[in-house]
Design a binder for this molecule. Structure first.
Ligand SMILES: NC(=O)c1ccc[n+]([C@@H]2O[C@H](COP(=O)([O-])OP(=O)(O)OC[C@H]3O[C@@H](n4cnc5c(N)ncnc54)[C@H](O)[C@@H]3O)[C@@H](O)[C@H]2O)c1
Ligand SMILES: [Zn+2]
Length: 340
C-alpha cells in the first residue's frame, strides 16, 4: 500500500489511511518496533499486539504526566530500546501525546509512529507533531514538537470505541469546519453521528478530509506563529475547564467554542452562534455548563498563550473564517461572569 506523504519541516510523514494493523511490521523493514498502548485498547485488541514487545499504560488524562514518562523510560531501558528502535503509540490522544514526547527525549530522540484508535487522535492529536504532558492543572505545559515517521489508521479499532468518545472526536471535526471549512460544516449539518458510525466510506472520507485539513494548517505553520493558532479555537477556555472539571477534552472544547462564538458575536458581529450550537448538540456535545467564573479566570490568566495583560482568543468572522483576537483580562473576567 502506498502512503500519502505529508512534508512537514524537513521530514515527510507517511500517512496510511484505512490500513490493517497487521501490516505494521512491514512498514519499516528491518527496524524493531516497541508498541505502547493503554489498558482499554489492549483489552479489546490484544491479538494485534502479540507479535511485538508491548507496554500497557493505565488509561486516562490523569496519567498524561511526567511520572508516566519516567516509568516508561525505565521500561525502555529494561527492553534494551536503542536508537534503532521505533516506538509506536497505539491509542487515543493521551497515548500519542505521551509516546511522541517519550520518543523526543529518550536518548535525545528516537523514531516514533502512531496508530491512533480514537476519532480525536485520528483527526487531531496524532497529526502535527505536538506532544507532551500535563503539569498540575496546566494542560500540555511540557513537551516538544516532533513529527512521527508514519501514522496508520485501522478503522477496526473504532468498533470498540464508546459513543461518548465518538462525540469527543467530532468536537475537533466541528472545530476544523468552523475555523476553515464551511463546506464541511454544511456536510456535518446534513449528517449525524450514527450516519458516520454506520457508513465506513462516509466516515473514511470525513477522516481523511480532516487529516488533510490539519496537515495543511501545520505544514504552513509548524511552529504556531500564525495559522496554526486557529486550531486553538475553543481551547483557551476549554483547557481551563478540562483541567478543573470532570469533562473530556471534546466536551471541554465544545463549551470553549460556544464561549468563543459568543465573544465573536460581541467583537466581530459573528451571526452563526446558533448554527454552531445546534451542530454541537446534534453530535452529542454539551453547550452549557455551570462553572466558577473566578476559578476559571484564575487559570486562564496563567495560560501559556497570554501576552501581557490580555488573553489571545480565536474568534470567528463567520463559519469557515477565524482570526486571533486579544481579549483584555479585565474584559474577560466580566464576559466569563455573563457566560456562566
Ligand atoms: N498533540 C495534539 O496536537 C493534540 C490535539 C488534540 C488533542 N490532544 C490530546 O489528546 C488527548 C485526548 O485524546 P482522546 O480523546 O483520544 O483521549 P484518550 O486517549 O484518553 O482516549 C479516550 C478513551 O478511549 C479509550 N480508547 C481509545 N481507543 C479505543 C478503542 N479503539 N476502543 C475502545 N476504547 C478506546 C481510551 O482508553 C480512553 O479511555 C488529550 O490529552 C489532548 O490534550 C493532543
Ligand atoms: Zn483539541
Amino acid at each position: 500500500m502506498r502512503p500519502l506523504l505529508f512534508p512537514i519541516d524537513d521530514q515527510r510523514v507517511r500517512f496510511y489511511p484505512d490500513t490493517p494493523m497487521a501490516t505494521l511490521s512491514t512498514l519499516l523493514p528491518g527496524r524493531r518496533m516497541v508498541l505502547i498502548t493503554d489498558q482499554h485498547v489492549y483489552r479489546y485488541h490484544k491479538k494485534v499486539f502479540a507479535p511485538f514487545d508491548t507496554i500497557v499504560l493505565r488509561a486516562g488524562e490523569q496519567f498524561k504526566v511526567q511520572a508516566t514518562i519516567d516509568g516508561l523510560i525505565d521500561r525502555l531501558i529494561q527492553l534494551e530500546v536503542d536508537r534503532t528502535t521505533v516506538l509506536v503509540g497505539v491509542g487515543g490522544g493521551v497515548v500519542t501525546d505521551l509516546v511522541g514526547y517519550l520518543a523526543a527525549v529518550y536518548m535525545r530522540g528516537i523514531d516514533v509512529g502512531f496508530v491512533p484508535t480514537t476519532i480525536l487522535a485520528m483527526v487531531d492529536a496524532s497529526i502535527g507533531g505536538k506532544n507532551g504532558v500535563d503539569v498540575g492543572q496546566y494542560k500540555n505545559l511540557v513537551g516538544s514538537i516532533r513529527q512521527p515517521l508514519f501514522v496508520l489508521h485501522d478503522y477496526t479499532f473504532l468498533s470498540t470505541l464508546p459513543k461518548r468518545e465518538w462525540s469527543n472526536g467530532f468536537a475537533e471535526i466541528i472545530k476544523h469546519a468552523a475555523i476553515g471549512d464551511a463546506a464541511m460544516f454544511a456536510e456535518l449539518k446534513k449528517n449525524n453521528l450514527d450516519g458516520y458510525r454506520n457508513d465506513l466510506v462516509k466516515l473514511r472520507r470525513l477522516i481523511v478530509r480532516n487529516v488533510r485539513f490539519k496537515n495543511r494548517v501545520v505544514v504552513n505553520d509548524p511552529f504556531e506563529k500564525a495559522g496554526r493558532k486557529y486550531l486553538n479555537f475553543g481551547h483557551t477556555l476549554g483547557h481551563a475547564l478540562e483541567m478543573q472539571y470532570e469533562l473530556s477534552h471534546g466536551e471541554a472544547i465544545s463549551l470553549g467554542m460556544m464561549f468563543a462564538a459568543q465573544l465573536s458575536e460581541k467583537k466581530l458581529h459573528f451571526s452563526e452562534t446558533n448554527e454552531l450550537r445546534q451542530l454541537l448538540i446534534g453530535y452529542g456535545l454539551p453547550v452549557e455548563a455551570g462553572f466558577s467564573a473566578q476559578k476559571v479566570f484564575r487559570s486562564l490568566s496563567m495560560d501559556k498563550k497570554r501576552v501581557k495583560r490580555s488573553v489571545d482568543f480565536i474568534l470567528l468572522f463567520r463559519i469557515g473564517r477565524a482570526v486571533v483576537h486579544p481579549i483584555p483580562l479585565t474584559e474577560l473576567a466580566s464576559r466569563l461572569k455573563q457566560y456562566v
